[in-house]
Design a protein around this ligand. Sequence first.
Ligand code: FAD
Length: 426
Amino acid sequence: MTEAARVSKRPRIVVLGGGFAGIGAARKLKDADVDIVVIDKHDYHTFQPLLYQVATDLLETSAVGHALRDLFNEQANARVHQTTVTGIDLDKREVQLADMALPLTYDYLVLGLGAEVNFFAVEGAAEHAFPLYTLPDAVRLKEHILERWESADKDETLVEDGAVNVVVVGGGPTGVESAGAVAELYRSLFVKDYPDIPQEKARIVLVEAGPQIFAMFKKKLRKYARKALEKRGVEVQTGEIVESVTPMRVTLKSGAVIPAHTLIWGAGLQANALVKSLGIELEKGNRIPVEPDLSIAGHPEVFAVGDIGWITDIKEGKVLPQLGSVALETGKHAGENIARLIEGNDTKPFEYLDKGTMATIGRGAAVIQMPRGRTMTGKSAALAWGSVHLALLSTGEDRAKAMVDWTWSGFSHERSARITVRTDDT
Ligand SMILES: Cc1cc2nc3c(=O)[nH]c(=O)nc-3n(C[C@H](O)[C@H](O)[C@H](O)COP(=O)(O)OP(=O)(O)OC[C@H]3O[C@@H](n4cnc5c(N)ncnc54)[C@H](O)[C@@H]3O)c2cc1C
């Protein structure tokens, strides 16, 4: 940060996190007479809903990660800094950053640091499971799956040992979408890439602790999703809990042991660990409880938005789920409230505009549950899912990239991203 920026007389808005929530807040303030500083440990915004498509070679990383600086090029009052937030002092109104000697002071703070994976202390999970929350997570998983197939292709005993088996934990959208995408990758592509590895020996097992997958959806959508997964060769095991994980085995509480060299963790989240140092009483999953206007009690100048917040829908009285649409809407609302405060007006309570819940299971298979109870399945739902996710992408360029990859894969059943490039290669 330059000296001129440090001594500016305009109110300084510090936005922590360049996810949907942080971007929503910063962009909403684009015409305000303020200085905005957006801080993120990455120099890109991650479009999490499509991470599983990077992990399964459907999309290039550049379709899912977008340069943060590029998003604010046209916004004269905003600056972006790539650095890690190491501490927040709400009383002093200061943020500590990993590679800046002085703390950054603020007049208004937007907390949009998101959530992180929760392994629920399952033995071996932190060391051996593959979470799917960041772009490096997705690339790691993709490279691991490709490497296991390459190795098994050279040594058939590895197939028997479970090298190409995948266990996915969690029957929510992340787990179901990941299991469906792995099935598409295996059954439509690897079947041709690796003709010597019999597909029936490549197991994909979805494990869910509860009695059903997609618990948040209506019964007929749950049944549809299960059938669509099974049609794609996914074994769905409900009422099962993962007890421990090693690099080659997944042990369930029932005593069953699944030989699998890959365990995808889609089972749980908790708010960013930094929240524990704020001195606030936290809600379930360490989420920060907020006032109706999204500010933190006792700190009207601090707003917690997106996955980090425990945000209650004022119409329904229910806590809102950790979704991209909630993050974007709450971020924008916090930006609007900050502008109102600067202009001397009262803040407004947040009202969520529910556009429905949706998820894909594979090519041409998706489920949608609209706010008033209407439902959709199949190709029409998959098309609607595609348009909603395209609309959420940050720029026209991102949308075009995803469109090209999806269209190519839809027509050809091919995937452009199916290579491994290592920087330590010659
Ligand atoms: C696999 C997956 C699939 C999903 N599918 C869907 C879907 O289909 N539809 C949907 O609506 N939602 C979906 N979601 C949820 C949605 O992506 C999240 O709700 C949304 O991204 C939350 O936005 P956010 O801005 O609160 O947090 P994030 O997007 O997580 O952004 C937080 C930002 O903070 C940065 N950060 C974190 N810690 C630090 C630090 N210490 N210092 C500096 N920067 C830091 C991170 O780099 C990140 O950029 C999915 C999520 C996942 C993981």
